[in-house]
Design a protein around this ligand. Structure first.
Ligand code: FAD
Length: 391
């Protein structure tokens, strides 16, 4: 068995069964042996390691919590634990998996017809088909609920989609992109399965990112893109249905933040034990220990929070504000932890090879996607005061 790293300070993994623990360690081993050795190089080149896709497919984990269609039907707790294990080595690969397993498969699972589920979910579980989730637009991010400008219109041939989507993860190589668009007739938001071969879809890679560089984000232009009625998600009939998908996945982002923080902390801790100054390991200095204790304190608080969050989800009690509070708290604390990790490593903290700098950069994107700090704060604020401060 792999050695148990000590960042699980309150031994929260005791909550898992022996079988679940074995799966956690299997994913940890996969990440350490298959991903860790190549990740810095791909990050630097701003490219995706496509050779990992069949290997991840063999794990059979995508669609973690879904029942049937070849999906694992695991509890939400395990979905979180797996997201943490992936992000502990690389937040980009965890994000790739989250877009595939949560946002894309989740939209089909929650909003799709039986035929759509049969067609896509088993292949997406094995990663023979890759998905993307297109909600954000160049001019509409936080205000997506009321502000989407991408349109859909029903015609004799099906539906015609027009508009743009920005930041869409996996879009440059996805086989299917879930597109959320406003129906010009009813004014409601609808969801569509836009296949890569659909005419009228153009995807341009977003270049120059300083975070999550391995994730391939696209700018999608839909110009008179025809989608057949059979590819409309029949149970996506208003933004509430989109929000149901996001509620399910936001908890996973909180777990991912924990993984990102954990990876940086573990690498920094090891470094401080071996790096010597003034003839002693720097871990023996009080001020360095202060940094490390701050990190493990935050990390322990975050982990305790997300385990309870997933319990609520497994008990079917998860509310928007629960997921939002965890997302804000964990991504904020992660920013502190990765900066602390970088600090105790001195100059080497900014070198990719020392496996902390990448987490520092990636934490910035996790902080902003799936609802910014402000938006998730307003969701919690509305819940505790009864007043909505959105507009
Ligand atoms: P804006 O909404 O323009 O916000 C700018 C600032 O204003 C923020 O600080 C925000 O909090 C603040 N603000 C906005 N409204 C309010 C308000 N009412 N009160 C107070 N402050 C406010 N989207 C997808 O659909 N699919 C994806 O796969 C995807 N992947 C992504 C991957 C990455 C790496 C990134 C960076 C983004 C991704 N996104 C994706 C988009 C992401 O969800 C948005 O960036 C996010 O929702 C914020 O929107 P915005 O960037 O347009 O910022």
């Amino acid at each position: 068995p792999l050695p148990e790293p000590n960042p699980d300070f309150y031994e929260l993994s005791d909550k898992l069964t022996a079988e679940q623990r074995a799966l956690q360690l299997k994913v940890r081993e996969f990440m350490e042996t298959e991903v860790a050795p190549i990740v810095n190089e791909y990050w630097l080149r701003d490219e995706f390691p496509f050779e990992l896709i069949p290997k991840m497919g063999d794990l059979g984990l995508a669609g973690v919590t879904f029942e049937g269609y070849g999906c694992p039907n695991l509890p939400y707790m395990m979905e979180g634990v797996l997201a943490m294990e992936m992000a502990r080595v690389d937040a980009s690969i965890a994000t790739f998996f989250g877009v595939q397993s949560g946002l894309s498969m989740g939209s089909i699972y929650l909003c799709g017809s039986e035929e759509q589920k049969q067609e896509w979910l088993p292949k997406m579980n094995r990663m023979e088909k890759i998905g993307a989730f297109g909600l954000t637009e160049p001019e509409v991010g936080s205000g997506a609920a009321g502000g989407l400008t991408t349109t859909c219109k029903q015609t004799a041939d099906g539906w015609v989609l027009n508009g743009q989507k920005k930041w869409i993860g996996n879009a440059t190589f996805a086989d299917v992109i879930i597109i959320w668009a406003r129906d010009v007739d009813s004014g409601e938001v609808k969801g569509f399965l836009v296949r890569k071969e659909n005419p009228g879809v153009h995807v341009e890679k977003i270049k120059g990112k300083m975070a999550l560089r391995i994730v391939q984000n696209g700018l999608i232009t839909l110009k008179d893109c025809i989608v057949e009625e059979k590819d409309r998600l029949p149970h996506a009939n208003s933004f509430k249905d989109t929000a149901n998908v996001l509620r399910m996945t936001r908890a996973g982002v909180a777990w991912m933040a924990v993984g990102c923080a954990r990876g940086a902390y573990e690498n920094a801790l090891e470094y401080t034990k071996t790096r010597k100054q003034f003839g002693k390991p720097i871990a023996s200095f009080q001020l360095i220990q202060n940094h490390l204790v701050e990190m493990i304190s935050n990390l322990t608080a975050m982990q305790t929070l997300v385990y309870r969050l997933s319990e609520l989800q497994d008990e079917d009690k998860l509310k928007d504000e629960h997921a939002s509070l965890a997302k804000v708290f964990c991504t904020l604390r992660t920013r502190d932890i990765v900066r602390g990790a970088r600090e105790v490593m001195g100059g080497n903290g900014i070198l990719l090879d020392y496996n902390v700098a990448r987490f520092v950069a990636d934490a910035e994107a996790i902080y902003s996607y799936e609802g910014t700090k402000e938006i998730n704060t307003l969701i919690v604020g509305r819940s505790i005061t009864g007043f909505s401060a959105f507009v």
